[in-house]
Design a binder for this molecule. Structure first.
Ligand code: HEM
Length: 459
């Protein structure tokens, strides 16, 4: 069968296609709903663009085969390319700079590197605890944005942002930098949900302000790089140090300085929204069901204390909790795969060069693979299961293949440490029960909410 024969949402309009089924505010959540109604693979036609959505676990697993399928730059990634052309995230795999940067930076995410970032991460966890001690009424969105940006700034570039205490240590202009960066990211990610005609209009109206912000952000990062080169600390043991001083083992070349700037921006952007989204989902579950945290404290955290690197690695229950959050609410709700040659997927012919959208959000909740309780939050399911290539479950919150997330271990270490530190010191609750609602820009992220953090001694 051909792709035009795929099931599609009801109410198709001549010429326009399936416009009625578009939910601009929650596109992937709506597609996950459609996957439940239409089955494991379906289409949505907008004007002449046919989006093929794969939402069933079995078919999604087939697209992980690197021989048959590859990665492609479309959707949010294409948009981000307008801001950072050749950062790791947005560069084409065929661009020699992508391979060079990936080889140079991979050691920056090794176990030894995580050990060296641990202290910087711990100082952020401490600052967060001091803030919550003073005010137990917690703005989760604001604090997780601050904590994750601060961690990537301190651990990645030895640059405090002054977002949680220690304001004086931040370089001049940091406030404006953080504000401009968040406007640029909001612009790039909001426009990813646009219908084809709205995009160019929005670009035309927003352009001057956004261009100013992009220039400011670039200038700020350049000044961090210059300072490092001048004061002799270029070889500092962090990501920026690696980028400025390590030669690519294959070509023997250093990264060009304008590429280093693209990489710094990439890490600031790719490293904080996703991680903040994950932490927020975790805090929601911990605060609405405090028994989860009580059990973790009883089994894995004894009393008020600072966690060292090895202790963080041993926090199995927290890691299971993180995996369950990533399964049900993947911050990157899906990714595109392109057929390297003609492929058959669920009985349909996907011609060579055709892209499909793998909707992790649906496939990671597929009851056919995860069981009848697939929709329930149950972190225990990750305690004793070891997922392998041949197990039926689909779990790919970090993407797949050579372009999968380079920051995975960094994100796992920082979130485990932050959650461990918070739980050992506070009992989390909510004032009134509420449902978790997710908004979509480039990431799937909870809408802002508040929790109450009561110091454990006083709980
Ligand atoms: C790529 C998810 C945290 C840096 C990716 C991709 C996913 C992902 C799904 C692949 C996207 C695609 O194939 O289109 C996540 C999640 C995170 C997280 C869920 C947190 C919970 C981080 C952190 C960093 C980071 C902390 C940096 C410190 C990157 C980079 C890439 C990437 C540079 C591009 C890699 C390449 O193409 O070579 N991430 N990420 N991520 N991530 Fe993450």
């Amino acid at each position: 069968k051909t792709l035009s024969e795929l099931p599609h949402p009801s109410g198709r309009v001549p010429l326009l296609g399936d416009v009625r089924s578009v939910d601009r505010r929650r596109p992937t959540q709506h597609e996950a709903q459609l996957a439940r109604e239409l089955g494991p693979i379906f289409q949505r036609l907008l004007l002449r663009d046919r989006l093929v959505v794969v939402g069933g676990a079995e078919l999604a697993k087939e697209t992980l085969n690197e021989q048959a399928w590859g990665r492609v730059l479309v959707g949010p990634l294409a948009k981000l390319r307008e801001i950072v052309t050749s950062g790791l995230f947005t560069a084409r795999t065929s661009d020699p700079l992508w391979g060079q940067a990936r080889r140079i930076l991979t050691p920056g995410f090794s176990q030894a590197s995580m050990r060296s970032y641990h202290r910087a991460m711990q100082t952020v966890a401490d600052d967060l605890a001091i803030k919550w001690e003073k005010n137990p009424d917690v703005d989760v969105h604001g604090d997780m944005t601050a904590a994750t940006l601060e961690i990537i700034g301190r651990a990645g570039f030895s640059t405090p942002m002054g977002l949680l205490g220690d304001h004086e240590a931040a370089p001049e202009g940091t406030d404006e930098f953080v504000a401009a960066l968040s406007r640029v990211l909001a612009w790039a990610s909001e426009s990813t949900n646009d219908l084809p005609i709205v995009g160019p209009l929005r670009a035309a109206f927003a352009a001057p302000g956004i261009r100013r912000d992009v220039n400011y952000v670039r200038g700020f990062v350049d000044s961090i790089i210059e300072r490092r080169q001048k004061d002799g600390s270029a070889q500092n043991n962090d990501l920026l140090g690696l980028m400025l001083t390590t030669r690519d083992p294959e070509t023997g070349q250093l990264l060009p300085v304008d590429n280093v700037r693209d990489q710094v921006l990439t890490f600031l952007a790719a490293g904080h929204e996703t991680t903040a989204a994950l932490l927020e989902v975790a805090l929601y579950h911990l605060a609405t069901d405090p028994r989860i945290g009580d059990l973790i404290v009883a089994e894995e955290l004894s009393g008020n204390r600072v966690l060292d690197y090895d202790e963080v690695v041993r926090l199995r229950r927290i890691r299971a909790l993180i995996n369950e959050c990533l399964r049900l609410y993947p911050p990157a709700p899906g990714f595109f795969r392109i057929a390297r040659s003609d492929q058959e997927l669920g009985g349909y012919l996907v011609p060579a060069g055709r892209a499909v959208f793998v909707l992790s959000l649906a496939a990671q909740r597929d009851p056919a693979a995860w069981g009848s309780d697939a929709g329930e939050f149950r972190a225990d399911r990750f305690l004793n299961t070891r997922l392998t290539a041949s197990s039926p479950e689909f779990f790919a919150p970090w993407g797949t293949g050579p372009r999968s997330c380079i920051g995975r271990q960094f994100a796992i270490h920082e979130t485990t440490l932050l959650i461990g530190s918070v739980l050992s010191q506070f009992r989390l609750t909510v004032n009134k029960p509420f449902e978790l609602r997710l908004r979509e820009r480039a990431t799937l992220r909870p809408e802002p909410f508040r929790i109450v953090a009561t110091p454990r001694g006083r709980a």
